[in-house]
Design a protein around this ligand. Structure first.
Ligand code: NAD
Length: 522
């Protein structure tokens, strides 16, 4: 039987990528990935065990010390640029896999793969700019400096909604920092990350630097989070799973960043450009079938324009073209997984039962594939489940507000704090609102824009830490402080000196009084 990535034939075959080779899992178990548009399995994927995960972690640990270390920042950056070239050259291939695995509309999938290359290039540029500093220690006997070192093996745990892009958020800074990685893709969408491994291999990364361990069991993610030899977990997924990840990693003092769920408000004032605002709301909740962590699924509209805004939004929902995600004219593809489709259906039905008005959509589409019709809901209260819980589908709840203060109160009345959209032409108001909104990202007169240069992450239960931006690389580095005694003298082991004046005196009297430094008293 052929091994590795086999894309000929009707059922594609993807094996694990561990220690620089594609290999079947130790127990030869496999699972199928279902295309949400055809509802048919389209790929068979290696189903790894916890033992396979151990092998991958050990390979990643070894790789930290090998050729990867000697490459240096410039060498790592060069490999990252080579990988970005390969991603760009094979954009259509990777996007097609993402579409088969996840149902992502092809033009969106292509745009996201292009972003993967952009992320790699941005962080490649930082790889040779990692610097410690010399600390101007007041005591002349010591030369003190800091070094920035890779944190170690990184475990990346991915969700199903944007596997490659969310991998790039983690992989690009991790590689630039000199870390190695074991990736656990979602059990629903493992194929694109395994296919991506081909290009990592082709780019010439040393064996063990990048490993992919796919599996059907959620236990595999749990084992990665708890793995004592994994120094850092970069997790994107639901808030509930993120809490388990954080607890598991804390048992071995593992570092964690969590990019979790959201219930992001889009706030539309009467003075906004309404066409642009409707467009932004559509982009925020109907694009990607609403399967975005930052979906703007609560729209707060100033009372005076509420009805006109809702009419326009309903019109746009009805015009949206659902269909084959490979068709360039399709706007909305299927929901990625059947359980997710059922979850959306249940949340919308429950809201109708509790008195909400479903103005359009509101049901599973009769066409084949896991489609949910774009849905606009009104007549809901702040405490309603549909207003509080993440739907992760093309479903938006619209609520009116009277005053700016009311909009802020409603916007912040959520356990989440990932993103918010603000639509107004009043600059003073925009600044006031930005100041008061509790969210990691506020888009003003725009929505769903991202860049490797701009930090992204959540407040409150939407997460811990930030991905992207110059500082993201720091999450993959540790600081080591180095003290060097350059005096050549010996010190009194029982004497603690604690003031700089005392210590500068000690410098001059070193021979007679060898006490030096503000000695650490534990
Ligand atoms: P999920 O939490 O169910 O699963 C995410 C990953 O965690 C999967 O790979 C899964 O196998 C793994 N996992 C499951 N149990 C685990 C455990 N106990 N320990 C460790 N790993 C475990 O999330 P999902 O359904 O795949 O993705 C949707 C969620 O992701 C939504 O809540 C969405 O908001 C969130 N999300 C957040 C962002 C962000 O950047 N903030 C981006 C995309 C998605």
């Amino acid at each position: 039987m052929a091994r590795g990535v086999v894309e000929a034939g009707s059922l594609k075959r993807y094996d694990l990528y561990v220690d620089g080779t594609f290999q079947p899992p130790s127990q030869n178990a496999r699972f199928e990935s279902v295309n949400p548009y055809t509802e048919e399995p389209w790929a068979t994927v290696a189903d790894a065990s916890v033992e396979d995960l151990d092998v991958a972690v050990d390979a990643a640990l070894r790789a930290l010390e090998g050729d990867w270390l000697t490459l240096g920042g410039a060498g790592r950056g060069k490999l990252m640029h080579r990988l970005a070239d390969l991603v760009e050259q094979n954009l259509a291939h990777l996007a097609a896999i993402e579409t088969s695995d996840n149902g992502k509309v092809r033009r969106d999938a292509e745009a996201q793969v292009a972003l993967v290359a952009k992320w790699l290039r941005y962080f490649a540029g930082l790889a040779d700019k990692i610097e410690g500093r010399v600390v101007s220690e007041p005591q002349a006997e010591y030369f003190v400096y800091t070094r920035r070192e890779p944190v170690g093996v990184v475990g990346a745990i991915l969700p199903w909604n944007a596997p490659l892009l969310l991998l790039a958020f983690k992989l690009a800074p991790a590689l630039a920092a000199g870390c190695t990685m074991v990736v656990k893709p979602s059990e629903f969408t493992p194929a694109s990350v395994l296919a991506f491994a081909q290009y990592v291999h082709k780019a010439g990364f040393p064996a063990g630097v990048f490993n992919v361990v796919s599996g059907s069991s959620r236990e595999l993610g749990a084992a990665l989070a708890a793995h004592p030899r994994v120094s850092r977990i970069a997790f994107t997924g639901s808030t509930q799973t993120g809490i388990s990840v954080s607890k598991a990693a804390s048992d071995h003092v593992g570092r964690v960043t969590l990019e979790l769920g959201g219930k992001s408000p889009q706030i539309v004032f009467a003075d906004a450009d309404l066409e642009a605002a409707v467009n932004g709301v559509v982009a925020g909740v109907f694009a990607a079938s609403g399967q975005m962590c930052h979906a703007g699924s609560r729209v707060l509209v100033e009372q005076s324009i509420h009805d006109a805004f809702v009419d326009a939004l309903v019109r746009r929902a009805r015009e949206a073209r659902l269909g084959d995600p490979t068709d360039p004219l399709t706007d909305i593809g299927p929901i990625s997984t059947e359980p997710q489709l059922r979850k959306i259906e249940e949340l919308v039905s429950a809201s109708a039962r509790s008195g909400a008005k479903i103005l359009c959509g509101g049901k599973v589409s009769p066409r084949s594939g896991y489609f949910f019709e774009p849905t606009v809901i009104t007549n809901v209260q702040q405490h309603a489940q549909i207003v509080r819980e993440e739907v992760f589908g093309p479903v938006v709840a619209v609520m009116p507000f009277d005053r700016e203060d009311d909009a802020i109160e409603m916007a912040n009345d959520t356990p989440y704090g990932l993103a918010a959209g603000l639509w107004t032409s009043n600059l003073n108001r925009a600044h006031r609102m930005v100041d008061r909104i509790k969210a990691g990202t506020v888009w003003v007169n725009c929505y769903r824009v991202a860049s490797p240069a701009v930090p992204f992450g959540g407040m409150k239960t939407s997460g811990v830490g930030r991905e992207n931006g110059l500082d993201a690389i720091n999450d993959y580095l540790e600081t080591k402080s180095v003290w060097m005694d350059v005096s050549g003298g010996k010190r009194d082991p029982y004497r603690i000196s604690s003031s700089s004046s005392e210590s500068s005196e000690s410098t001059t009297t070193r021979e007679s009084n060898p006490s030096r430094g503000d000695h650490l008293d534990e």
